[in-house]
Design a binder for this molecule. Structure first.
Ligand code: SF4
Ligand code: SF4
Length: 427
C-alpha cells in the first residue's frame, strides 16, 4: 500500500516502482496521480451496486445424470448416488430460465449416457423460442453422429475433458471397465467436430501431471486444434468436504499456468482462465464475480433439487425444491452479493476487482463461510496479477492478448462473471 490508500499497491518491475490501483486497474508512476479518497469511495460504491444487480438467470447447469463410465481420481462427486433427471425436471428448469439470453451447460456425470435427455433439451429449447446458448461437457462415450448433428445445428459448444497424450490421460481418468479412456475422448472430439460443433478441450492440472502439463498442452493444441482450451489447477474438495487428494501445490502451479498462457498468447489460442483475468485487466473493466453462481446460475440435479452452485447442490448443501420458485428466488438473492468488493478481508487485496472471488464452494470449505476465501488460490491470483503487471510494463498491456484477439468462436463466459463487458467480444 502507498499514500494511505487501501487500493494503491506498489510493485517493482526491473528495479522501478509502479503503482497499481485495484479499483481503476490503472498503473501510475507516482501515488499523487491516483484518485482521491472521495473518488475511490464512489468507485467502490458503484462496484457494489453492480455486483448486486439482478440480471436474472444468466446460466443454467443441468446434471442430466450423475452416472459415469470413468472413475477420475479428482472427481468431487465420489460417493454420490447415481441418478438421472427426468424430462419434467428439464421442462421446469427451462421454464425458470425464461426467454434468455442465457447459457445452458449440459453436465454430469457423463451427460452423453442419456442421449434421450439431451434430445429433449434441444427440442424443448427450440420450441420455446428462448435465446439459449447450449454447451455440453463430456469425457467421451460413443455418440450417435445424428445427435452430434442436432447439437451442431443449435450452435452447441462441446467441452471434451482431456488431460494430455494417452498415458497421461488414462492415468488420471481411467474407465470403470477397461483402461483406455483416451480413445473414447478422442473419438468424441472428432464426432462432434465432424458434425460441425465448436469443440474445446479442458485440461485438469493435478499433482500427477503438473511437471508435463506444458508439453501436454502443446501436444493437445497441435493434435486437435481445438476451438478453445480450459486449464484448471483448482480441484474442488470431495463431497463431504475432504481436500482433493490430487490437488497440486506450491509455486509450480503459477509457473505451469503462466507458461501455458505464454504459449497460448503466442499461438493465438483462447484459454478461458487467461481471458477471465486478462480481458478485464487490459480493458480496465472490473471483474466482480468469478462464477455465475453468485446470483445468476440455476443448477439442477436428479431428483428435483435446484441450487445455484454445482458442487453445493450435488453435495446436498444450499439446495431447494425445484418446484418452489420463491425458495429459488431467495437463494439467488442471498448469493448475489458474493463478490470481493463486499468482503471486508478483500478490500486491501490488489486483485480486488479482478479475481471475482474464485469458487464459493472451495472458499466455503477452506474458510467455513460463504464470504470467505481459499488462501492458496488468493496467493495465485496476486502472483498472476504481478505477472500481468510486469509483462504490461515491459511490453504493453496488449502483449497479454492472444495473437488475433480473443477468439469470438470460443466458449462464451456467462454474463455476471464479466460485469461491464459484452460477451464474446474481440479485444
Ligand atoms: S462456485 Fe465453484 S463449484 Fe460452484 S458453480 Fe461456481 S465454480 Fe462451480
Ligand atoms: S484474491 Fe482472495 S483476498 Fe484477493 S480479492 Fe480475491 S478472494 Fe479476496
Amino acid at each position: 500500500m502507498s499514500n494511505g490508500s487501501s487500493f494503491l499497491h506498489t510493485f517493482e518491475v526491473r528495479g522501478e516502482k509502479v503503482y497499481f490501483h485495484s479499483l481503476t486497474l490503472e498503473l501510475y508512476n507516482s501515488p499523487q496521480e491516483c484518485p482521491i479518497p472521495a473518488e475511490e469511495q464512489e468507485l467502490l460504491t458503484s462496484y457494489r451496486r453492480k455486483a448486486g444487480e439482478n440480471n436474472g438467470i444468466v446460466m443454467g447447469c443441468m446434471f442430466l445424470t450423475t452416472r459415469c463410465v470413468r472413475s477420475c481420481g479428482y472427481c468431487f462427486m465420489q460417493g454420490i448416488r447415481p441418478g438421472d433427471m427426468t424430462p419434467a425436471e428439464i421442462d421446469a428448469g427451462l421454464k425458470l430460465m425464461g426467454k434468455g439470453p442465457a447459457d445452458l451447460l449440459l453436465y454430469g456425470g457423463e451427460p452423453f449416457l442419456r442421449p434421450n435427455l439431451i434430445l429433449h433439451v434441444i427440442r424443448r429449447a427450440r420450441s420455446s423460442g428462448a435465446d439459449i446458448n447450449l454447451s455440453a461437457a463430456t469425457g467421451g462415450v460413443p455418440v450417435d453422429p445424428s445427435l452430434a448433428g442436432e447439437l451442431a445445428s443449435e450452435g452447441t459448444f462441446i467441452i471434451v475433458s482431456m488431460d494430455g497424450p494417452p498415458a497421461v490421460h488414462n492415468s488420471a481418468r481411467p474407465l470403470i471397465r477397461g483402461r483406455n479412456s483416451f480413445e473414447k475422448a478422442e473419438e468424441a472430439f472428432h464426432v462432434f467436430r465432424n458434425a460441425g460443433c465448436r469443440v474445446g478441450i479442458s485440461v485438469t492440472i493435478t499433482e500427477k501431471n503438473i511437471k508435463t502439463v506444458r508439453e501436454d498442452f502443446i501436444w493437445l493444441i497441435e493434435n486437435f486444434e481445438p476451438d478453445d482450451m480450459g486449464l484448471n489447477p483448482w480441484l474442488h474438495p470431495i463431497a463431504g468436504g475432504r481436500a482433493n487428494p490430487m490437488q497440486a501445490t506450491g509455486p509450480g502451479i503459477l509457473e505451469t499456468v503462466v507458461s501455458c498462457m505464454e504459449t497460448a498468447i503466442e499461438r493465438g489460442m483462447y484459454i478461458e482462465q487467461l481471458a477471465r483475468r486478462v480481458r478485464p485487466f487490459v480493458r480496465r473493466i472490473p471483474r466482480l464475480k468469478d462464477c455465475a453462481s453468485a446470483g445468476g446460475r440455476l443448477v439442477q440435479i436428479p431428483g428435483g433439487t435446484a441450487g445455484t452452485c454445482d458442487c453445493m447442490t450435488v453435495c446436498g448443501d444450499h439446495g431447494v425444491n425445484l418446484k418452489d420458485t420463491d425458495d429459488i428466488r431467495n437463494l439467488l438473492t442471498d448469493f448475489r452479493d458474493l463478490s470481493p468488493v463486499n468482503f471486508p478481508k478483500c478490500i486491501t487485496c490488489p486483485a480486488l476487482a479482478l479475481c471475482g472471488g474464485g469458487c464459493r464452494y472451495d472458499a466455503l470449505h477452506s474458510s467455513g463461510v460463504l464470504k470467505g476465501s481459499r488462501s492458496e488460490r488468493c496467493s495465485f491470483e496476486r502472483e498472476f496479477l504481478k505477472w500481468m503487471i510486469e509483462r504490461s510494463v515491459m511490453y504493453g498491456r496488449e502483449s497479454l492478448v492472444p495473437a488475433g484477439g480473443f477468439d469470438t468462436g470460443a466458449m462464451p463466459m456467462p454474463v455476471g462473471t464479466m460485469i461491464g463487458e459484452e460477451q464474446s467480444v474481440d479485444t
